[in-house]
Design a protein around this ligand. Structure first.
Ligand code: HEM
Length: 539
């Protein structure tokens, strides 16, 4: 009797647990993101809780699900549902539909809605005020791009000092430099002068706050928005702000008063033209100007601009750090026989002969090889694996170009990495070919900043990166300076692999390279080129 009772209790608990598991399984993968009629990638037929397990496998499969499903479905013109680590699958559309995606307005396909969840912004920064976005984006897209020539001398001055400090001045001894840390310091320091002005970029406390904030912001985005299941976002998101708030407070303490003072004085000058005030020409001034030029005049003080500015800039700087790290590791990890560093050095030396050349923006248009290196590196290492992410907004859903319907709340996007590795668009796509985009007699020039439906690391059309012209400018100056002034040893064992974390390709941040300052005269250099290990360095 007792055995019978305990068996039935066990059976009841078992059935309850099973029921609960099925119930959880049904809702664990966010139901809004699972449109009917779209085929899953990576889902095994007849597997118990197949959709949950397909998402779980994404923690370890890296890019394989996306790459193989792209070939199976997208190349045949069929959309597929990509499982994700956040348990929010996303419909990947075929490349031919990109024009349709970018033509849809924000109230039909919204990028902001996806950002709020996928970057975890709704949870790590719940009080985020995006009224300033338009002014900041306009200032970057129009003023910074147009005035990049005017600020080039400052940029060059700053990057010379930073590279000399980080890579050293010793022409005899080789030193070991961690690529990622070096690129972080060089990027923050050099671009900081233009983005925040001379005084802030030389303020150690501010720069320390900015660096800490960008690290924690990056961790928060990936952890809350992508790695943990969507149900836990609110809870984990409420913990992340602690270190972020600390560093953000440091930044705000320094940048807030600068914005407030600039905003008030510029506003006063508008109403009182004889007021004696002329602001420095930097991004902070251009952001305030763009805010005054907005039709609806929703921005009434500099404080709100400052707070959003820090956020956008820290994201922008982190992207630039990742891309310069990828590019340097790509170059030094390539077959030393090609001696790409020497080819880049020759181009830089013949282009940047005088101080005027360094300070003139048109000089950089002649750096075809360097431009091509960055475009090729971005092709192989886009900052996000998926791009053009949008959420379906209308209650009645949207109809895809093939007539299929997607309900409200579904997420769409395109597999950027797979498109950029498609042999229909790129010859031998698996090979790092840094001179691929150098113009020839038959191939016309494609700049690294030119987006298209087969080149998407900066997005494409509406919402694409407004800072890419500035980023390209900075990255070319930085690499030209390094190539001209330093010898760089090739990486032993080739190009170390990236890590896939959430939607990001993280460069190998542990990699160090060996560098040595070049001696002034070419003749005197050649005698000292053999390394201790007797390997032939790039020269
Ligand atoms: C190589 C470095 C960079 C890469 C790869 C990059 C890439 C991107 C990407 C993929 C987006 C999102 C596009 C989309 O949603 O479709 C973006 C947005 C943005 N980028 Fe960049 N970026 C870089 C550097 C910069 C720099 C240096 C700045 C500023 C000076 C900047 C400012 C911005 C801003 C403000 C946005 C938001 C645009 C919006 O929401 O409409 N970026 N960037």
């Amino acid at each position: 009797m007792t055995t019978w009772t305990s068996n039935s209790i066990l059976a009841t608990y078992g059935a309850l647990a099973f029921g609960l598991l099925v119930l959880i399984g049904r809702t664990w993968v966010r139901p809004q993101r699972v449109p009917p009629g779209i085929q899953w990638a990576g889902k095994r037929p007849n597997e118990f809780l197949a959709e949950v397990r397909a998402c779980l496998r994404e923690y370890t499969t890296g890019i394989t699900t996306m790459m193989s499903a792209y070939k199976k479905f997208n190349v045949a013109g069929i959309p597929f549902l990509l499982p994700t680590t956040g348990f929010e699958p996303q419909v990947m559309l075929p490349q031919e539909w990109i024009k349709w995606v970018v033509d849809q307005p924000e109230d039909i396909l919204s990028s902001r809605q996806v950002q709020g969840e996928r970057l975890g912004l709704n949870y790590i920064l719940p009080a985020l005020d995006i009224t300033s976005d338009f002014a900041i984006i306009e200032a970057i897209r129009i003023h910074l791009t147009r005035n990049v020539g005017k600020v080039q001398a400052d940029l060059v001055d700053e990057l010379r000092q930073s590279v000399d400090k980080v890579f050293g001045m010793n022409t005899e001894e080789w030193s070991e430099v961690n690529v990622h840390s070096a690129m972080k310091e060089l990027t923050f320091k050099s671009t900081g002068r233009v983005l925040f002005g001379h005084s802030l970029s030389h303020n150690e406390k501010f720069m320390h706050g900015l660096s800490g904030f960008s690290t924690w912001f990056g961790i928060g985005i990936i952890l809350v928005g992508q790695l943990i299941p969507w149900q836990f976002r609110r809870f984990v998101g409420s913990l992340c702000p602690l270190p972020m708030a600390y560093y953000r407070a440091i930044c705000t303490r320094h940048v807030g008063p600068v914005f407030s003072e600039r905003f008030e004085n510029m506003q006063r000058k508008i109403h009182d033209p004889i007021f004696d005030y002329s602001p420095p020409e930097d991004l902070i001034t251009w952001v305030c100007r763009a805010a005054f030029n907005m039709k609806d005049q929703t921005i009434t003080n500099g404080k709100s601009l400052a707070s959003r500015f820090i956020l956008l800039m820290s994201g922008a700087l982190s992207s630039s750090v990742a891309i310069t790290t990828h590019a340097l590791v790509d170059l030094l990890g390539s077959d030393p026989q090609h001696n790409y560093v020497q080819l880049l050095r020759e181009e830089s030396e013949s282009t940047l002969l005088t101080e005027d050349d360094w300070n003139r923006s048109t000089s950089l248009l002649k750096l075809h090889r360097l431009d091509s290196v960055f475009r090729e590196s971005l092709r192989r290492n886009p900052p996000t694996l998926r791009g053009l992410s949008r959420q379906v907004m209308p209650k009645e859903g949207v109809i895809l170009p093939n007539g299929q319907k997607l309900p409200q709340g579904a997420w769409i996007g395109v597999p950027v990495l797979a498109i950029q590795a498609d042999e229909r668009f790129y010859d031998q796509p698996d090979i790092f070919s840094p001179l691929r985009f150098v113009p020839t007699e038959v191939a016309k020039r494609t700049l690294m900043v030119t987006t298209s439906d087969t080149f998407l690391p900066f997005g494409h059309a509406r919402g694409s990166c407004p800072g890419r012209w500035f980023a390209s400018h900075f990255m070319k100056l930085l690499f030209a300076y390094i190539m001209i002034n330093y010898e760089l040893e090739p990486l032993e064992g080739g190009r170390p692999l990236n890590k896939v974390v959430g939607d990001h390709l993280i460069p190998p941040i542990q990699v160090s390279i060996r560098v040595r300052r070049r001696a002034l005269s070419t003749e005197s250099k050649s005698a000292s080129l053999q390394t201790a290990s007797n390997r032939e360095p790039y020269r």
